[in-house]
Design a protein around this ligand. Structure first.
Ligand SMILES: Cc1ncc(COP(=O)(O)O)c(C=O)c1O
Length: 487
C-alpha cells in the first residue's frame, strides 16, 4: 500500500475573498512625487466589487497551498491508460530554459535562428529514423492536432488524384479522437468490429471504392499489437485507400518495430507519451506527423529544409495543406523531446519500451487473480481489466474512487468502450517495481474490500478533500471563478 497516502496534512482552503480583512495591505509604494490624478473611468474595472484586502504572506500561502491540491506525475504514480503521462526528467526542463532557446523570438529570421532550426531538423530526422517514415512535420500542437493534419493530407492526396472518397474505417478499439478527427475532416466514420485485434477479413468486408482511409490505433487501446497490420495495409492499398496509424502508443514499439516499414502511410506521435514532454491538454504540446513519400508534397508549411550546412523554413509548396498554427511549431516542447532523445540514445529508447511493456505485464500478472481480464492476448504497454465478477454491486467507478483513499490517481475508466466497466492501466517505464507493487497491493486490497466491506467502495473517497462530485456537471460546467452574485 502506498506510503505516500492521502492521510497526511490536508490543508483546506477558503477563497481569498473570504480571507479578506479591511485595511490589510500587500504592497508598499514609495511616496507620490507627482500630482495625484484619477484614472479615466474606462480604465477602471468594475466587474468585481470588493477586491479582497490581503497581505503578501496571505496571498503567497494561499497559492502555495492551492498548488499542492494538484496531483500530477511529479506527485505520484499516474497509471492513466491511453492518454498516459510519464515522468518528465528535469534535465529536459533545464535544457528548454537555456536562454538561447527560451528567449528566441519566434519571428527571428532564419539566418539568426540556425541553432533552433538545426534542433528541429535533427529531431525530425531522429523521429523519421525511429518510425521508418521518409518525411515528417513537427508542427501539430497535440496528438489529436496531428491526426487532423494527417487526415487533411489523406484528403489532399485523394483530391489531387481526382478521387474524392467519403468514408474512413475505424476499428472499435481505436482511440476516441480518431473518429472525431475523421468527422472533422468531413468523412463519414464506418466502425469495424474487432476481436481485440483487427482481422483482414473485417477490413476486406468494409473496404470499398469510397473508403479514403483506415484509421487504426497501433498498439490499440486494449494494449494489443495489431498483428495483421501488414496484410491489412496491403489490402487497403490494393483498393485505393491509405492507412493512418494513431501512433500515440509508440512507447510500446521503440527499437522493436517501425510503423513506416509495415506499410502505414501516415502516423502521428504523441511526444508526451513517448518522449517525455508535457502533454498540454489538446495543446500546446506537440504531435509530429510522419508520412510516406507519396504524402510528402502535402506536408503543412513551413517545412524545415537543410541546404549545405544551413537551415531554412520553406513556405512555397504548391501542394501543401497550408499552415496549421502560428510560427514553426511548439518549440519548447520539441527542445524537451530532443534532450530526451539525446540522453537516451537508441539503446536507451529500446530499453524504455522493454521496461514499459514489462511493467504493464507485471501488473497484469499480479492483478489477474483479483480482476477480470477480458482479452487474453499478450499485452504491450497497457492492460485493460473489467469489473465483471466483482461482488456486492461494486463497479469500476467505486474502485477508482477507493484508489483515491489509498493515495493514487485512478487509471482510465470506462474506456475502451469495447470493454464493459473497463479499468485501463498504463504504468510506463518510469515506475519502479516497488511503486508498482504498492499500487497492485492497493488494488488487490480493494478487490478484497469489495467482498468483505463493500460500503468502503460505495462511500469512497473517504479521505479525499471532496467526495463524489456530479462528474458530468464538474466536467461540463466547472465553477472556476468567484462570482459576487453567488458569494
Ligand atoms: C491513442 C491516443 N490517440 C490520440 C490521443 C490524443 O492525443 P492528445 O491528447 O495529445 O491530443 C491520445 C492521448 O494522449 C491517445 O492515447
Amino acid at each position: 500500500m502506498s506510503a505516500i497516502g492521502s492521510k497526511g496534512l490536508i490543508l483546506d482552503e477558503n477563497l481569498l475573498f473570504e480571507r479578506s480583512t479591511v485595511g490589510r495591505c500587500g504592497y508598499d509604494l514609495p511616496v507620490l512625487d507627482v500630482p495625484a490624478t484619477q484614472p479615466e473611468s474606462g480604465l477602471l474595472r468594475n466587474s468585481i466589487e470588493g477586491f479582497p484586502e490581503l497581505s503578501e504572506v496571505d496571498v503567497v500561502r494561499h497559492y502555495t497551498r492551492l498548488s499542492t491540491w494538484n496531483y500530477g506525475v511529479d506527485s505520484g504514480f499516474y497509471p492513466l491508460g491511453s492518454c498516459t503521462m510519464k515522468y518528465n526528467p528535469k534535465i529536459n526542463e533545464v535544457v528548454a530554459r537555456l536562454p538561447g532557446f527560451a528567449h528566441l523570438h519566434p519571428a527571428t529570421p532564419d539566418h539568426l535562428s540556425q541553432g533552433s532550426l538545426r534542433l528541429m531538423y535533427e529531431l525530425q530526422q531522429a523521429l523519421c529514423e525511429i518510425s521508418g517514415f521518409p518525411a515528417l512535420t513537427l508542427q501539430p500542437s497535440a496528438g489529436a492536432h496531428g491526426e487532423f493534419a494527417g487526415m487533411l493530407m489523406v484528403h489532399a492526396w485523394h483530391h489531387a488524384r481526382g478521387n474524392k472518397r467519403h468514408k474512413v474505417l475505424i476499428p472499435d478499439t481505436a482511440h476516441g479522437t480518431n473518429p472525431a478527427t475523421a468527422a472533422l475532416c468531413g468523412y463519414e466514420v464506418v466502425p469495424i468490429a474487432s476481436d481485440g485485434v483487427l482481422s483482414v477479413e473485417a477490413v476486406a468486408t468494409a473496404m470499398d471504392d469510397d473508403v479514403a482511409a483506415l484509421m487504426v490505433t497501433n498498439p490499440n487501446t486494449l494494449g494489443l499489437f495489431e498483428t495483421n497490420i501488414r496484410e491489412i495495409c496491403e489490402l487497403v492499398h490494393s483498393r485505393g485507400g491509405l492507412v493512418y496509424c494513431d501512433g500515440a502508443n509508440l512507447n510500446a514499439l521503440l527499437g522493436a518495430c517501425r510503423p513506416g516499414d509495415l506499410g502505414i502511410d501516415v502516423m502521428h506521435f504523441n511526444l508526451h507519451k513517448t518522449f517525455s514532454t508535457p502533454h498540454g491538454g489538446g495543446g500546446p504540446g506537440a504531435g509530429p506527423v510522419g508520412v510516406s513519400e507519396s504524402l510528402e508534397p502535402f506536408l503543412p508549411i513551413p517545412v524545415i529544409v537543410k541546404e549545405g550546412t544551413s537551415y531554412r523554413l520553406e513556405t512555397d509548396r504548391a501542394h501543401s495543406i497550408g499552415r496549421l498554427r502560428t510560427f514553426a511549431s511548439q518549440f519548447g516542447i520539441l527542445v524537451r523531446a530532443y534532450a530526451y532523445l539525446l540522453a537516451m540514445g537508441p539503446r536507451g529508447l529500446k530499453k524504455a519500451t522493454q521496461l514499459a511493456v514489462l511493467n504493464a505485464n507485471y501488473i497484469r500478472a499480479r492483478l489477474e487473480g483479483s480482476y477480470h481480464l477480458p482479452y487474453k492476448q499478450r499485452s504491450l504497454h497497457e492492460v485493460v481489466f473489467s469489473d465483471a465478477g466483482l461482488p456486492n454491486d461494486c463497479h469500476t467507478l467505486d474502485i477508482a474512487k477507493r484508489l483515491l483513499d489509498y493515495g493514487y490517481h485512478p487509471p482510465t475508466i470506462y474506456f475502451p468502450l469495447v470493454v464493459h466497466g473497463a479499468l485501463m492501466i498504463e504504468p510506463t517505464e518510469t515506475e519502479s517495481k516497488q511503486e508498482i507493487d504498492e499500487f497492485c497491493d492497493a488494488l488487490i486490497a480493494i478487490a478484497e474490500e469489495a467482498k468483505t466491506n463493500p460500503h468502503l467502495l460505495h462511500e469512497a473517497p473517504i479521505n479525499a478533500r471532496t467526495r463524489r462530485l456530479d462528474e458530468t456537471q464538474a466536467a461540463r460546467k466547472p465553477k472556476l471563478k468567484w462570482d459576487s452574485r453567488v458569494g
